[in-house]
Unconditional design. Structure first.
Length: 125
C-alpha cells in the first residue's frame, strides 16, 4: 500500500516538475489607483498569461492579471463591483511574465504604425 502511495504522488507531482509551465503575474480585480504587489503564479498546462482592463464608459478603472485558458482569451464580459457595472476585456500573451506591464492593443499598434508611416512619407524621420 505504501508503495502505491509513492507511485500515486509521483504521478501527480512529476508532470508539473517535468513540464515548463508558463509563469505569470497574478493580481485580483482592483481599482487602477490601488497598489498591489504582483504575485508570481505558475499557469496550468494549456493556459496563457492575461491582463484585464475594466472600463466604465471611456474610463479605464479596473485591472487584473493571471492565467486563462487560450480559448477564453480576447473575451469581453460585464462584471458588477460595488454596485457599478464594468466592461472587462482580457488580452493574453504567451511569454514568461508577459502580463507585467500595459498590454499593447491592436488599435494602439495601428495608430502608432500609421503615425510612423506618415512621418516617414513626409520625410520627418
Amino acid at each position: 500500500m505504501f508503495q502505491f502511495l509513492h507511485i500515486f504522488v509521483l504521478w501527480l507531482v512529476l508532470p508539473s516538475a517535468l513540464c515548463a509551465n508558463l509563469h505569470c503575474y497574478y493580481s485580483p480585480i482592483l481599482e487602477k489607483k490601488e497598489k498591489f504587489k504582483l504575485i508570481v503564479t505558475e499557469c496550468p498546462p494549456d493556459e496563457l498569461c492575461f491582463k484585464a482592463d475594466g472600463r466604465y464608459g471611456n474610463h479605464s478603472a479596473l485591472t487584473a492579471r493571471g492565467c486563462m485558458a487560450k480559448k477564453d482569451c480576447s473575451q469581453v464580459d460585464e462584471i458588477r463591483l460595488k454596485g457599478t457595472v464594468y466592461t472587462m476585456s482580457y488580452a493574453c500573451c504567451d511569454g514568461p511574465y508577459c502580463n507585467s506591464c500595459l498590454v499593447t492593443t491592436a488599435s494602439l499598434l495601428t495608430i502608432t504604425m500609421t503615425l510612423v508611416t506618415g512621418a516617414v512619407m513626409a520625410g520627418n524621420l
